[in-house]
Structure formats: structure tokens, C-alpha cells
Design a protein around this ligand. Sequence first.
Ligand SMILES: CC(C)(COP(=O)(O)OP(=O)(O)OC[C@H]1O[C@@H](n2cnc3c(N)ncnc32)[C@H](O)[C@@H]1OP(=O)(O)O)[C@@H](O)C(=O)NCCC(=O)NCCSC(=O)Cc1ccccc1
Length: 134
Amino acid sequence: MTAAAIATHPRIDPSLCGAPVTVAPGRAEVRLVATPVMAADDHGLCHGGFVFGAADYAAMLAVNDPNVVLGSATVKFLKPVRVGEAVLARATCSSEHGRKRMVAVEVVREAGGEVVFSGEFVCFVLDRHVLAAP
Ligand SMILES: CC(C)(COP(=O)(O)OP(=O)(O)OC[C@H]1O[C@@H](n2cnc3c(N)ncnc32)[C@H](O)[C@@H]1OP(=O)(O)O)[C@@H](O)C(=O)NCCC(=O)NCCSC(=O)Cc1ccccc1
């Protein structure tokens, strides 16, 4: 289903962070199903960290480098996500300065397309893995 080989996050758990739908140069889409383990309360509100995780994963896939890391993010949680819903995180690289990659991410409900989250992710492409010995 994806158009480009995935070069990052080989051990990520798609049941927690979402599964890639599309990976193409400079953009990616990840689909997350909000499952009961993600519930924050008895109302079935999905914890925002999981929505953020899917958005982060989409941003990383848009950069798609084995040495990419997230530096910072500015995000808005615009609407609640309920357990049982599926959402799509769509990431697009907007600009590049040295090691920095700015990535815009929108998360929408799969049913209806309502925007539930938006964010700007600042990613860094390092010369070697962040955990590699200096
Ligand atoms: C690399 C960096 C983010 C920054 O490097 P440094 O040497 O400290 O930075 P440097 O001094 O070169 O400044 C350059 C420019 O950048 C600015 N600036 C500085 N910091 C930040 C910032 N945080 N955010 C935004 N901007 C920042 C600074 O002001 C300067 O701006 P200027 O150009 O003057 O306008 C470092 O802090 C780090 O490694 N953090 C941990 C990352 C991590 O663990 N992430 C989570 C886990 S990774 C994961 O999940 C993915 C994965 C999966 C699988 C496998 C692998 C990965």
C-alpha cells in the first residue's frame, strides 16, 4: 500500500502508533484505530498521547530517514477522539534548514474528515543514530 520503502521506526507498534497508509517523498499518512487500551476514562475518550504518537509517526515517515529524531512540536488538540474511531494522520514536509525538517501534520477522522489535531513538528536528521556512541 505504501509507495516508498520505509527507512525509519522499524520496531514501532502499529497497534499503538498507527500503521502507514502512504509513504512518499516528503509526505506520509498513518491510520490509527483508537482501541480500548487507549481510553483515558470511562467515557471512552482516547488519550491525546496516542493521537500525538500517530502524528509524530507520520511526521517521521514524511522525513523517512533512519537517523531522524523529533526535536519539538507545537500542537493543537481540536476535537476529542473516541475509542472505536479511526483517524488518519497526514504529514507534509514544508521546509528544510540544515539538519532541521519542518513537518506540518493534520489528523482527521476517517469517517467524515473532521480535523481533530494539527501540529508543526521540528525534526532533525542526524549524521548518525541519536544513541550512537560519540
Ligand atoms: C538533535 C537535537 C534535537 C538537537 O541537537 P543539538 O546539538 O542540541 O542542537 P544544535 O545545538 O545543533 O542546534 C541546532 C538548531 O536547533 C535548535 N534546537 C536545538 N534543540 C532543539 C529542539 N529540541 N527542538 C527544536 N529546535 C532545537 C537550536 O536552537 C538551533 O537553532 P538555530 O539553527 O540556531 O536556529 C538533540 O537535542 C537531540 O538529540 N534530542 C533528543 C531527540 C530525541 O530523543 N527525540 C525523541 C526520540 S527520537 C524518535 O522518536 C524517532 C526515532 C525512531 C527510531 C530511531 C531513531 C529515532
